[in-house]
Design a protein. Sequence first.
Length: 413
Amino acid sequence: MDHCHTSELISLQQALEKLLTQVTPLTDTETVSLPRTSGRITATNIISPINVPPFANSAMDGYAVRHADLNSNKPLPLAGKALAGVPFQGEWPVATCIRIMTGAPIPIGADTVIMQEHAETTDDGIVFTQPAKQGQNIRLAGEDIAKGAVVLSAGSKLSTAQLPLIASLGITDVEVVRKLKVAIFSTGDELQAIGHPLKEGQIYDTNRLTVRLMLEKLDCDVIDFGVIADNPQALRHVFAQADQKADLVISSGGVSVGEADYTKQILDELGEISFWKLAMKPGKPFAFGKLKNAWFCGLPGNPVSAVLTFYQLVQPLIARLSGFTAWQPPMRMRAKVTTPLKKRPGRMDFQRGITSVNEQGELEVRTTGHQGSHIFSSFSQGNCFIVLERERGQVEVGENVEIELFNHLLKNE
């Protein structure tokens, strides 16, 4: 039987609903030059100031004609050339054609382009070997994007797929939501900063580094307050500072029920706690609430628990605060288990797994091994979470389970 009182715990879905319904996106914006907007969120709709393409042009190397001139089935003498960047100039006599290259502007009066493979050169002019459909092989002005069209909606994330599109419109600056300011710190007398010698009973503070790396991948501005001792006065001071400087405060450790876990006590004094116990393993002691100015997330002290709660809860919270409207939770798929999985009913369990496709084309998954909340190596070995339902028990070989592939925050690249 699970040792926690499961009736006091809320589900992951309930926690997400509380998070996402309480917070609202930032409203502060800034204008940034296009090359510096990768990873940023658009604050307003991006409207096209031009037609794309800006003029009708040829989709083929061939010949521009007036379709009516083809009715006689006679050769059409060549009247000139139209090249990309060098339009045809001058008068265009009736019953003649114009040599045209891909991307060249369509001459005034032309309504059809015939590809060069369907044309032959004779002493009397160009003979076309196949029937032509009026309007063929012409890219119309605005066919891709019309002037005044909404190209990207507010709340879109900008990346390699979007930036060249914006550049094609001649837009040099974009109004984006300002970066989210996130204050981070770890709590615990047992923690030592990386790079300093360990004293007896100490361990290195890896959680703060991990959180910082994930925040940087989410394009946040990070304010690092370091390691804070298990001291109520020190914690009150850092909470007050962080609340003044950040939109979101993330601590690691101190939200459990130990004698020296003061974070929840101080949060009760300085703000409001929405919830602090999850029916999730690992990651039961996760706190969410509001300080005077900033939102607060208290991650568990165990490394795997800290990563999992950040991944499942803080990640969508940051997307919401940043105004990213298209964020989607990780997609879940079904896979067949090839190793037994230990599980007790009572909490949804996120075990680390390694998924692959077998010779029959079926998705399989196996455990990374020991699933203790301190076994951080399971992330470097694995490529997915094995998501086991709250009331599910032991899982035997051959059973089907749900898996979530790691996204860019955890993926081994």
